[in-house]
Each structure stands twice: as C-alpha cells, then as structure tokens.
Design a protein around this ligand. Structure first.
Ligand code: HEC
Length: 150
C-alpha cells in the first residue's frame, strides 16, 4: 500500500501520468506526447545544422559539436513511445510502424548510426561535418516518408 502511494506521489510530482500497474507503464496519450516532444527537440537542435548545411547560416563547429551531442541523446528517446496501445491516439504515426516493425527498427538504427557519425565528424572540419549533417537529414526525411502520415 505504501509503495502504491509512493508511486502515485511520484507520478503526480513528475506529471507523467503513470497507470498504477506492476510495470508503471505511462498512459498511451502521455507516451504520444513524450515521443512528439522528443521529435520536436530533435527539430530544435538539428534545425541550425540543416541551415548551415544549406548555406543559410554560417558554419560554426562549436554549435555543430554541441547540437550533435544533444541529438545523440534525443535520437534514443522517441522509440519506446510507439507502443501498440497508442494506436487509437491522435498522432501522425503511420500504420506501417506496426505493420512493418522490422523496417521501422531499421530506420531507427540507420538514423542512430548517422547521428553517431555526426558526433565524430563534428570535430573533423566543415566538409566532413556537412556531409554527416546531410546524411542525418536523409534519415529524418526517409523515415518521415515511410512512417509518418502527411
Ligand atoms: C525512424 C523514424 C524517424 C526518424 C529517423 C525521425 N523521425 Fe521525426 N517523426 C517520426 C514519426 C513516426 C513522427 C510522428 C510521431 C507522432 O505523431 O506521434 C515524427 C514526428 C516528428 C516531428 C513532429 C512532432 C510533433 O510534435 O508532432 C518533428 C518536428 C520531427 N519528427 C523531427 C525529426 C527530425 C528533425 C529528425 C531527424 C533529426 C527526425 N524527426 C527523425 C519518425 C521519425
């Protein structure tokens, strides 16, 4: 009982809407909010790098290195929020996420690989950094094309 109360208190304090179950699984609507928040932050920290790559912002190696490190963490976060029980929630998750789970996992892995490369390339000069930024962008776009509704 005390453990249950502590769980409720923790859930309230963190505002994470846990259901009171043995696995303390977040509720479907909360999972959707969290995965979209992680994507939104990826957009925030990738955005300036995309602009540098397109020549619309001056190249800044320090910003690339900092944002690459943030993306390294953020790019691990959305995926455990795509659970089957979120299917009924309003979101842009395409049915292929569940119909082609292996393909969705491959898209995540390829993306993670590109982000890891960017972390390394961010210390290797402008040309290498820009090539790695371009590769990350291709991964964002191809996953959105295949697994996000328009
Ligand atoms: C492996 C697939 C995948 C990759 C890679 C990916 N995304 Fe997404 N992204 C999605 C899906 C699926 C959604 C829709 C999520 C939803 O509505 O619940 C989404 C949604 C978004 C959104 C909208 C969030 C919102 O609040 O609705 C943004 C912004 C975004 N992604 C940015 C990015 C950026 C920037 C990258 C690359 C740095 C990226 N994504 C890489 C699959 C991916």
């Amino acid at each position: 009982m005390q453990k249950k109360l502590a769980t409720i208190a923790l859930a309230l304090a963190l505002g994470i809407g846990y259901t009171i179950s043995a696995f303390a699984q977040a509720k479907p609507d909360v999972l959707v909010k969290q995965r979209q928040a992680a994507m939104t932050l990826q957009g925030k920290y990738f955005g300036p790098l995309g602009l540098m790559n397109a020549g619309k912002l001056p190249f800044n190696a320090d910003v690339v290195a900092r944002n690459a490190a943030l993306l390294d963490a953020l790019s691990q976060m959305p995926w455990d929020g795509f659970t089957e029980d979120t299917k009924g929630e309003k979101s842009r998750a395409a049915p292929e996420i569940y119909g082609n789970a292996a393909g969705f996992k491959t898209a995540q892995d390829n993306f993670r690989g590109a982000v890891t490369k960017l972390v390394g390339a961010s210390k290797s000069g402008e040309a290498a950094a820009k090539a790695a930024i371009g590769e990350v962008l291709n991964n964002c776009n191809s996953c959105h094309k295949n697994f996000r509704t328009q």
